[in-house]
Design a protein around this ligand. Sequence first.
Ligand code: BGC
Length: 726
Amino acid sequence: MTPTQRTWLVSDAPFNPGKIYHTETIYTIGNGYMGLRGTFEEGYPNQMVSTLTHGFFNHEKSELVPDLVNLPNPLHFLVEVDGETFSMQTPKIQMLGYKRTLDLKRGVLTREVLWRNQTGNVVKLSFERFAHLGIDHLLVQRVTVRAVLGNPEIKVTAGIDGSQTNEGIDHWAKVEPAHEATTTISVTGTTSQSNYVAAVASALHSDKGTLSYQALDAKTPALISAFTLTEGEAATFVKFSAIHTSRDDADPTAAARGTLINAAASGYDKLLADHEAAWAAYWNDSGIEIEGDEVAQRALRFCTYHVLIAAPRNSERASIGAKTLSGPGYKGHVFWDTELFMVPLLTLTQPKLARNLLMYRYHNLQGARNKAKANNYEGAMFPWESTDTGEETTPSWSHPLPDGTRIRIWTGDSEQHISTDVAYAVLQYWQWTGDEEFFLNQGAEIVLDTAVFWGSRVEYNKDEDRYEISQQIGPDEYHENVNNSAFTNSMVRWHLRQAIEVRDWLIQMHPERATALLGQLKVDETRIHQWRTIIDKMYIPFDKEQGIYEQFDGFFKLKPMSLEHWSPRWANMDWIMGHEETQGYQFIKQADIVMMMALLGEETGSIETRKANWNYYYPLVDHGSSLSPSTHAWVASRLGLSAEAYDMFIYAGSIDLEDLKGNVRDGIHAAASGGVWESVIWGFAGLSLGASGFQFDPKLPAHWKSVKFRFYYKGKQHTATLTQDS
Ligand code: BGC
């Protein structure tokens, strides 16, 4: 492989059945509308077929919370050779060769197999698929069957498998297969609670054989073609599939058929060329080029690819779940992961996509207001886990453990910092893009109404004459319902300061809008006075003698235990010690004080103070969340700790590629992916906004010759090339 191939291609060969879940996830393709795991067309025992589209949730009665629903599977494609169906399960004597490759540059997944059937004929099968970047609803597959030895009789069967569930949970009230002669097949399904309708339709094109229709079972319509190949001859099939749902179209089945007609009119070559051009544009804007480090380069491209394929291009009503559209993890729910780990990449490189994601929060403000009201607060309190309704959808209990007990999940009640995280992303977007139209009409409302929430949330401690916040979960979820999380309290103080500035700006620059919005949200002089007092008197636990923040009240009194000798280990400390026990220790799940230092930078103290805090907290962190290493890389880099920064960066970039956490089966760790981009941009490149615009403070890893990237600042695209001497 050339260096270019090494850094753009992710492949595996020979086939390793032990890794199917890992590879299925990392080979996910998508286009911001749909995401399909890299499962095999012909099926494989226990593979997790998954076809997801944003926002298509259903709350099945048996479940605690809604799921992102697994749609009918359009990838289905069987090849029979002399009556024997090709399968990856056949013994080595038949599986002569295999290679699967995800081309990150073009967003195309391919698989090549050299296969001998039991009669001794050898065929080469080439499978290719892409979710068209530019035509949201279109999936394209191409399958070539070549007779390498012998003159085999071939039969191909291209279906839509409407029997999909979410790992056994059936979300469908109705699944209706249909076909129009041999032109199209379709499966239209209606969900049991949300009453959403999804239609998946396919058409098959080939110059070989004649098509016929067959229902493989009650939920699987298929198109079939049978023919003979002579040695050396090949037949190619193109299968177009369209996915439409009632979230975007009044008649999804008709819309899906329409997409297929348009695809056929364009033809495969043009569709592929347009798709590749769209990817070239994506990489031009969002790619980072590293000279001198192929491992880092590939990891960075892989991570960026996964954020890009998940980001909705044409919808303001959907956001990216913690596991993107690549697996069932967290049921497709949206967390702070999006705003703090994925949106920044998009804000600087694909501002329109960042705006879509922030608009999702805007459209869901009602859910946030409902949550605040239900808890007797004012303003908008965003849910910790969000779906299509914007209401809180965090389950309150875990599924039963092996001993039958269930764990109370407190994050939906107590991980309240999300309201500030959303505001942070809105302000960051505004500062970088200068998108005044958005900020004026939507962004300011988010920032202000979440500030209103905090104003009503803080508690005044009369004895100490200070404001406190009790019953919180900071980023470190190993410690629940703590009082005065330094992260949360600092972020809230920062948030209220910003809110006052936003209010002043509105009054000065847009008096009419100010009157309307401030009136609507009841942000009057009394409230501003209250916010100022809170800012002045907000309590943030800090040990003056040591110069160290106390992560929350009482953290220093917990049992210390060095993690030094606890490796290697795959399990997180809370799994090893038990959920309750862990609360008594000074282990930290993920960047917490370090997260605060990342987001608030110099505001959290001098470089000496920040280093002292790093030295205290770094040895305690378990990286029990994939969000942790990239934030550590970013902060270490800013503190000039280059060895730690590079270690953490490679750790973050390998989480999915190498399945470091052993749970990639559930889906891509999207925040880790976005975080890798952040660790390069905010960390190594030291890009930030100062009083007079953007500035750099590069601290590149010693072996990097250069790093090059593009970003938008106030509507204009800039190119940065940083070297060791920059
Ligand atoms: C992390 C959270 C994160 C969630 C979803 C949890 O394990 O602790 O910070 O939001 O996963 O990725």
